[in-house]
Write a protein that binds this ligand. Structure first.
Ligand code: ADP
Ligand code: MG
Length: 357
């Protein structure tokens, strides 16, 4: 594997506020990387520093073994796709895409035949065939996003940074574009660094996922590892599929508001104790049902449920009012008719919980 992007101790401050705090990463070549993090976690700043639109206060950016953090942005060979990329409204699809090639710093294309061939190939690649001569105001939002992508890709960047590129699209289009973006990247063989605030998008799209937590790398791993083994309670929280209890360890138990859980064999060191159980690992039973060997759980009142086709999300409340969510996949079990306000036992295998602290 050749050397891709390497970040070492990257730090960026605004006033007293650190947007990035010592980000160190090695991103392999020819990979789809998702960058997941809540709003304000430093995702955009990270991309802007890599692209060269911002100077870091400390740290290094290397690409293919070469230090690039002192290099002007337009010399880095890095493409950038913004969420609301401003296209030239008076130009056609073709001319918007050609713009970058005509005006690029490194070997601008002036041979009109070669330029046209390149642009047409890119128009096909991103699925805009037949729309080349339309004005960009005559195409849909999804098609405009493709023009923005094509305009970046046609310059043959070594690395493509995408800042919430699907954020402006409706849900249907968004999920179609997920698959397409992955295919386009595979055909080109360049690394995509795709920033998103959506955990499902990050897990679905990335060969690997970087989780940003307040300007630090909370985890960098394969999607499956991030999902099943989040490195901290915060990473688990960003995934939106764990119940996370604060509390303390007492003997063999984790004492939380609403329950005392048998501890799993493994625990991870962390400054704040937290008990995390994935929503789809919880079984709902009548309140008088006994726990089976190796299980732990709690009793909670059913509040309401939300049906979403392939799964149902059940909302419960424990004494004191905190919510507990259970996700049931309909391919695994029948939806249960639960009675609002009635107590139920929520049970899971003690070893399936993640405990920090
Ligand atoms: P996000 O993960 O939502 O993309 P950002 O990378 O935009 O977050 O921002 C990270 C942090 O840096 C935030 O606290 C933001 O307010 C701050 N920040 C970003 N850009 C600037 C700026 N130009 N001036 C001051 N603060 C900034
Ligand atoms: Mg952002």
């Amino acid at each position: 594997m050749s050397e891709g992007l390497r970040l070492d101790g990257l730090t960026k401050r605004y006033g007293g506020n650190a947007a990035l705090q010592g980000v160190t990463l090695a991103v392999p070549d020819d990979t789809y990387i998702s960058v997941l993090g809540p709003s304000g976690s430093g995702k955009t700043v990270l991309l802007r520093v890599i692209a060269g639109f911002e100077q870091p206060d400390a740290g290094e950016v290397r690409f293919a073994g070469e230090r690039i953090d002192q290099m002007p942005a337009h010399r880095r060979g890095i493409g950038f796709v913004f969420q609301n990329f401003a296209l030239f409204p008076h130009l056609s699809v073709r001319d918007n895409i050609a713009f970058g090639l005509r005006h690029r710093d490194v070997s601008p294309l002036s041979d009109s035949g070669a330029l046209r061939a390149k642009v047409d190939a890119m128009i096909d690649l991103v699925g805009l065939g037949g729309l080349a001569d339309r004005g960009v105001h005559q195409i849909s939002g999804g098609q405009r996003q493709r023009v923005a992508l094509a305009r970046t890709l046609v310059t043959e960047p070594r690395l493509v940074l995408l800042d919430e590129p699907l954020g402006a699209l409706d849900a249907n289009l968004r999920s179609r574009m997920r698959a397409e973006l992955r295919q386009i990247r595979e055909r080109l063989g360049v690394t995509f660094l795709h920033v998103t605030g959506s955990e499902s998008e990050a897990l679905a799209m990335g060969d690997r996922v970087i989780v940003l937590d307040r300007g630090r790398v909370g985890q960098f791993d394969e999607p499956d590892a991030v999902y099943t083994q989040p490195a901290s309670a915060n990473v688990a929280r960003f995934l939106n599929c764990y119940n996370i209890f604060a509390g303390h360890l007492d003997g063999g138990r984790f004492m939380a508001a609403g329950g005392a859980f048998v501890l799993p064999n493994a625990r991870r060191a962390a400054p704040e104790p937290a008990y995390c159980i994935r929503q789809d690992l919880i079984d709902i039973r009548p309140s008088d049902a006994a726990m089976r060997a190796g299980e732990t759980g709690l009793v909670a009142r059913f509040v309401t449920s939300e049906y979403s086709g392939s799964s149902v999300q059940y909302f419960f409340e424990v004494e004191g009012g905190r919510a507990v969510e259970v996700e049931a996949h309909l391919s695994h079990r029948r939806p249960e008719d639960l009675e609002p306000k009635r107590p139920y036992t929520l049970a899971w295998h003690a070893d399936q919980a993640l405990v920090f602290g």
